[in-house]
Design a binder for this molecule. Structure first.
Ligand code: DX5
Ligand code: ZN
Length: 221
C-alpha cells in the first residue's frame, strides 16, 4: 500500500508554543503544515489567518497547506500564497469554475499548488469540472469547522471515485483526506487510494508526534 504524506493540522497545536510545535512535527517527518482558516461565517468557528501565517512561514521548513474555510476565497487566496502557502485549497461550495481557473493559473505562474474540496454533504460530482485544473482534490471526512470529530465513512467512496476518475482521464491531482484521521481510518483511506492525510487531534493530543505520524502509515493494523 502506498505510503501517504502526512499534514498535521495545527488547529490542534499548542498556540503558546507554536514555533516549537512546528519544529516537532518537522522532526517527526511531516510533509506539510496544514493551516485551517475559518471565518465564523462559512463555518461556525473562527481560527486564525494572515498574521499567524506570516509568522509560521518565517520558521517553516516544510510546505504550508492552507485550507480556506471562508466566505470569499477569491478575495483572499492570493494573499495566502504571498504569505508563504505552497498549496491553497478552496471549497467548491463557494468557488465558481471560472474563479477556480483563475486561481489555478495564478498558482501555476507562481509555481504553487491549488486544491479543491467539498463538504461531506456535497455530492462528489460537483467537483468534476474542477479536477482538470486541480493539483489536490481534498475529501472532507468531517463537517468543516472543528477538530476532533469522527470520520464519516462514506468519504471512502469519494476517495475511490477520485482515484478511478484520475486513472480514467489520466489526471495528476493528489487525493488528500481531512478530518477524523487516526491509525485505523488512515488505513481505510490508504486502501481506498489517498495520497495525503491531514491529522490534527490524533497527532497533537499525544506527546510522541513521531510515533503518531508513523502510525498513520502502519500496514499491520
Ligand atoms: C476541520 C479542519 C481539519 C481539522 C482536522 O474543519 O479542516 O483540518 O483540523 O482535525 P482532526 O484531525 O482532529 O479531525
Ligand atoms: Zn483542514
Amino acid at each position: 500500500m502506498k505510503e501517504n504524506k502526512i499534514a498535521p493540522s495545527i488547529l490542534s497545536a499548542d498556540f503558546l508554543n507554536l514555533g516549537k510545535e512546528i519544529e516537532r512535527i518537522e522532526e517527526a517527518n511531516a510533509s506539510f503544515i496544514h493551516f485551517d482558516v475559518m471565518d465564523g461565517s462559512f463555518v461556525p468557528n473562527i481560527s486564525f489567518g494572515m498574521v499567524v501565517l506570516k509568522s509560521v512561514s518565517k520558521i517553516a521548513k516544510i510546505k504550508i497547506d492552507s485550507h480556506l474555510m471562508i466566505v470569499s476565497p477569491i478575495s483572499y487566496y492570493q494573499q495566502f500564497y504571498k504569505l508563504g502557502s505552497y498549496n491553497v485549497t478552496v471549497h467548491v461550495e463557494n468557488t465558481t469554475i471560472d474563479e477556480f481557473k483563475m486561481m489555478a493559473s495564478f498558482a501555476k505562474e507562481n509555481n504553487k499548488s491549488i486544491g479543491i474540496t467539498l463538504n461531506p454533504e456535497t455530492p462528489i460530482e460537483q467537483i468534476i469540472p474542477y479536477l482538470n485544473y486541480a493539483n489536490i482534490a481534498l475529501v472532507m471526512s468531517v463537517k468543516p469547522g472543528f477538530g476532533g470529530q469522527s470520520f464519516i465513512e462514506n468519504s471512502l467512496e469519494k476517495i475511490l471515485f477520485l482515484k478511478e476518475y484520475r486513472e480514467k482521464y489520466n489526471l495528476k491531482y493528489e487525493i488528500e483526506v481531512d478530518g477524523g484521521i487516526n491509525a485505523y481510518t488512515s488505513k481505510l483511506c490508504r486502501e481506498s487510494g489517498s495520497d495525503i492525510l491531514v491529522a490534527g487531534s490524533y497527532i497533537f493530543s499525544s506527546t510522541d508526534y513521531k510515533q503518531k505520524i508513523k502510525e498513520l502509515n502502519n500496514e499491520n493494523l
